[in-house]
Write a protein that binds this ligand. Structure first.
Ligand code: B12
Length: 234
C-alpha cells in the first residue's frame, strides 16, 4: 500500500474526509467512512490506523481557557475512534483469512501499566499484531501489576506488549517489566517483552536498561518482529 504512486494524496483526502466527520462528532458517519475506505481497498488497515485514526486522535488541541470544555470532548472523540476501531474487526478477520496461513505465532497479551488511561494505541497495536499472525488478547488501560502477572500465567503468551503513553507512568511501567522478567525467570518462561507508546518514543537506551526485549512503535516494527523472531508456529 505504501508504494502506491498517489498514496500521499489519497491519505490526505481520506484524512480530510474522516476529520470532517470526527469534528462534527458524527459517529455513524465515521464508522461508515472507515468501512468504505477498507472495503474498497482505498487504504489497508495499518495505513488507515497509522495515518488516519492515530493522527486524528493526536491532533486534539485545547487551550488552557477551553480546558474544562476540552476534556469531555476528548473523551467523546476517543470513544468515537474506539468504536471505529472495533468496527474494523470483521475486516481484520477477513484479511487474516485471505492471508491464508492458518498457523499462529502464538498468544500475545497487550497491556497498559497501572494508572495508564491512554488505551487507543494499545487497542490499535492489538489489531496490528493480530494481522501479523498472533492470537492477541487486549487487556487494556490501567491494569494492576498483579493482574498483568496473573494474565500471563493463565494465557501463556509468547509475547507481552506494554503500552506507555504518559511519562508519569514510566516508573509503574518499569516496575511491571521488572516483575514480568522475574516471573519469566521463576517459571522458566520464554515470552518476549515488547514495549511501545509515546512515553518511550525511540528511547532504546531506556528500554534496554529496563530489560525490555524489543522496543516497537509502528506496523513496520511489528511486522519485522513477527518475521525475524523465531516464534513457535502451531
Ligand atoms: C485521548 C487522550 C487522553 C484521554 C485518553 C482516553 C483513552 N481512552 O485512551 C484521557 C482524557 C483519559 C487523557 C488523560 C491524560 N492525558 Co492525554 N492525551 C490524549 C491524546 C489527545 C491522544 C492519545 C491517543 O489516543 N493517541 C493515538 C494513539 C493511536 O497513538 P499513540 O498513543 O502514539 O500510539 C501509537 C504508537 O505509539 C504505538 N504504540 C502505542 N503503544 C504501543 C505498544 C506497543 C507494544 C507497540 C508495539 C506500539 C505501541 O502504536 C500506536 C499507533 O501508531 C494525547 C495527545 C497526543 N499527542 O497523543 C494526549 C496526551 C498523551 N495526554 C497527555 C496528558 C498530560 C494527560 C493527562 C496527564 C492530563 C491530565 N492532566 O489529567 C492525563 C493522564 C491520564 C493517565 N493517568 O494516563 C499528554 C502527555 C504528554 C506529556 N509529556 O505529559 C498528551 C501528549 C497531550 C499533550 N500534548 O499534552 N488523555
Amino acid at each position: 500500500m505504501a508504494n502506491h504512486p498517489h498514496i500521499e494524496e489519497t491519505i490526505e483526502e481520506t484524512y480530510a474526509g474522516f476529520r470532517a466527520r470526527l469534528d462534527a462528532e458524527d459517529k455513524a458517519g465515521c464508522v461508515m467512512f472507515a468501512l468504505s475506505v477498507l472495503q474498497s481497498a482505498v487504504l489497508d488497515i495499518p495505513t488507515f490506523y497509522e495515518r488516519i485514526v492515530a493522527p486524528a486522535a493526536r491532533e486534539q488541541r485545547c487551550t488552557m481557557r477551553q480546558r474544562a470544555l476540552c476534556i469531555w470532548e476528548e473523551h467523546v472523540r476517543t470513544s468515537i475512534l474506539r468504536t471505529v476501531i472495533e468496527c474494523c474487526y470483521p475486516e481484520l478477520t477477513k484479511v487474516r483469512r485471505l492471508n491464508g496461513d492458518p498457523r499462529t505465532k502464538g498468544s500475545a497479551l497487550i497491556v497498559c501499566p497501572p494508572e495508564e488511561y491512554h488505551e487507543l494505541g494499545a487497542r490499535m497495536v492489538t489489531d496490528l499484531f493480530t494481522l501479523c499472525g498472533f492470537e492477541v488478547t487486549f487487556v487494556g488501560a490501567n491494569t494492576p501489576q498483579q493482574d498483568i502477572l496473573t494474565a500471563v500465567t493463565v494465557v501463556h503468551p509468547v509475547l507481552v506488549g506494554i503500552s506507555i503513553t504518559s511519562p508519569y507512568n514510566l516508573i509503574a511501567a518499569r516496575r511491571t517489566i521488572q516483575q514480568l522478567i522475574a516471573l519469566r525467570t521463576d517459571t522458566g518462561g520464554t515470552f518476549r517483552i515488547v514495549a511501545g507508546g509515546q512515553a518511550l518514543k525511540n528511547d532504546t537506551c531506556r528500554a534496554t536498561s529496563w530489560g525490555v526485549d524489543l522496543l516497537a512503535q509502528s506496523y513496520d516494527d511489528i511486522r519485522r518482529i513477527s518475521e525475524e523472531t523465531p516464534w513457535p508456529s502451531r
